[in-house]
Design a binder for this molecule. Structure first.
Ligand code: ATP
Ligand code: MG
Length: 568
């Protein structure tokens, strides 16, 4: 990890949200003695992504740190594109990360009646009015930094607004014909306070309330009410809501809500080489640039899960990037680093050959076979050992043989000795080629004195390569991934992210050769959860959901190379 990352990690340990909440519940604070209560409020219009994971870790994590509670609330006040599929997927992803909401699962749409009543309360107090400006007219009348907004319906009598608002609700007016606006300050330097619209007419079918409503509350009005109704003490949200906080506080102050939540903003997570807006992710799915929301190249939580990410690696990532008040972009490599650390510790080792060529040990007796016991995971002796077999023929990576020596190459070439990992030292004697000049077999002789890979005379053998017994292996399919986008910022300025999709983001290899242990374990895990391995010298891999005992399929989670470790 780089020094920069180290200091971020330290900052995160005592972050500013933690400090604010601590002050609030301390003696004399605004929530003295109260239980800390947060919420995670996704809009169910897409699958959760790694950015949401950060918010989830902040919302649920902060409650956890204070022994408090966190609600899961579907923010479904905007009735477009909401879908049961998304609701279920959101729950699955949060549960997978390891957070619990118990029975505190809500839909914001459950509060539509109460929100309506709070709007009526504002009208009665002279703090809201029905406005008949069209959206265009409203924009024209918004004013600028030196001129206040103009709002011709502002002084309409309370009785008239009450009557019109009720008739808006009853469906007497067309969509967009009228709005309800909060009466705040037309000259405010904060444009969100220039009599913002809090209700609009919109004849849209709602996935839960059906056609009951033809008016819907605006987010800035609805969100503080949702928080207050649920007794949220701290409403943690992303930075773009900072300028909306005065309106949030205004709504709380001027309605008779049962509690007073405090909004605290933190920076959004951005990661390079990917996009993170649900709309764009949906476009990738719907236009078939990827194979579904859970495509292992997607930054969605279900995509990362299928890619082999563990809940611990993601939570650890979120903890270490910390929370800050300025938006920044985290290197994708750091997310990979967190996964690599976890899998290095916990994944079983296996030997798999991706681009096989046969190696024939010409002095090894035909028909003979022997076996070796090797540790499943050198970092976890408690995980025991596995058996691998060795015989006269094995598969090696085609790139582990060259016909003529080149400087710095320590693997197989005629005359050179190499260690077949954990088995024997072999000396290359040549190869056979087909009519097109392709190498079809490589030949070597083994040294029977080197069983286990050690040289009794202490001679140096520089190269060690992995191999798989050609008499005892399983065929498998392996999918290699690169970044979905070849531009680090596919999404900035006037770029169209679709123009920057990496054409090499997926490579499918067939007929890869895996040691037998891999098929035993992979089919043992029948609960569908990916089983992860370190394929020696190649990286970390996990079983894909397409994998069956008859046809094994592995995804490469991440390569072995680690930019972050090197910097250290
Ligand atoms: P998107 O732009 O991806 O659709 P959103 O903010 O509209 O995101 P919501 O479903 O409204 O998505 O988000 C639920 C919560 O997750 C919000 O509190 C939001 O602030 C937070 N969130 C969304 N994206 C990020 C991110 N990149 N980093 C941190 N928090 C995020
Ligand atoms: Mg949103």
């Amino acid at each position: 990890m780089s020094d920069e990352m180290n200091s971020t990690a330290e900052l995160a340990a005592g972050n500013f949200i933690f400090d604010f909440i601590k002050e609030d519940i301390a003696e004399g604070g605004m929530y003295e003695g109260k239980t800390v209560h947060t919420r995670f409020p996704p809009e169910p219009n897409g699958y959760l992504h790694i950015g949401h994971a950060k918010a989830i870790c902040v919302d649920f994590g902060m409650a956890e740190k204070f022994g408090g509670l966190c609600n899961l609330r579907m923010d479904d006040t905007n009735p477009t594109k909401e879908d049961v599929e998304y609701v279920d997927a959101i729950k699955e992803d949060i549960a997978w990360l390891g957070f619990k909401w118990d029975d505190r699962f809500y839909f914001a749409s459950e509060y539509f009646d109460r929100m309506y009543d709070y709007a009526v309360e504002l009208i009665k107090k002279g703090l809201a009015y029905v406005c008949e400006l069209s959206p265009e007219q409203m924009r024209e009348n918004r004013g600028d930094l030196t001129n206040p907004a103009v709002s011709p319906y502002r002084d309409r009598p309370i009785e008239e607004s009450l009557d019109l608002f009720e008739r808006m609700k009853n469906g007497e007016f067309e969509d967009g014909k009228m709005t309800l606006r909060a009466k705040i300050d037309l000259a405010s330097g904060n444009f969100n306070m220039r009599d913002p619209v809090i209700y609009r007419i919109n004849r849209l079918h709602h996935h839960r309330t059906g056609d009951k409503w033809c008016i819907y509350p605006m987010y800035d009005f609805a969100h503080p009410l949702e928080d207050a109704i649920e007794g949220i003490t701290h409403s943690l949200c992303t930075l773009e809501f900072e300028d909306h906080r005065p309106l949030y506080d205004w709504v709380i102050k001027n309605t008779s809500v049962p509690s007073v939540p405090r909004q605290i903003e933190f920076a959004r997570l951005g990661i390079n080489n990917t996009v993170m807006s649900k709309r764009k992710l949906r476009q990738l799915v719907e236009e078939n640039y990827v194979n579904g929301w859970d495509d292992p190249r997607m930054p969605t939580l279900c995509g990362l899960r299928r890619r082999g990410y563990t809940p611990a690696s993601i939570r650890n990532f979120c903890e270490r990037i910390g929370v800050a008040k300025t938006n920044s972009v985290v290197d994708y490599g750091f997310l990979e680093h967190c996964l690599r650390e976890d899998l290095n510790e916990n994944a079983a080792r296996a030997m798999v050959v991706l681009h096989p060529v046969k190696l024939v040990i010409t002095n090894y007796p035909e028909g003979k076979s022997e076996s070796f016991q090797i540790e499943n995971n050198p970092n976890r002796p408690e995980d025991g050992t596995r058996t691998i077999t060795f015989s006269r023929e094995c598969y090696i990576e085609s790139e582990d043989f060259i016909e003529e020596k080149i400087k710095g190459y320590n693997r197989l070439y005629p005359g050179n000795e190499v260690r077949l990992k954990s088995a024997y030292i072999v000396k290359c004697t040549g190869c056979k080629k087909d009519d097109q000049g392709n190498i079809t077999e490589v030949y070597a002789e083994y040294d029977p004195e080197t069983r286990g890979g050690d040289t009794p005379d202490g001679r140096k053998v520089r190269g060690t390569i992995h191999w798989v017994d050609a008499e005892n292996y399983v065929d498998c399919e392996v999918r290699l991934y690169e970044n979905l986008f070849d531009d680090p910022e596919p999404d900035t300025g006037d770029k169209n992210f679709l123009d920057h999709i990496n054409p090499n983001s997926l490579t499918v290899l067939h007929n890869c050769k895996a040691e037998r242990s891999v098929s035993d374990n992979a089919s043992a895990a029948d609960n569908g959860a990916p089983v992860s391995y370190q394929f020696m010298r190649l990286g970390y891999f996990c079983t894909d959901k397409d994998s069956t005992p008859e046809h094994l399929v592995f995804n490469r989670c991440v390569s072995l190379k680690d930019g972050y470790k090197k910097k250290k």
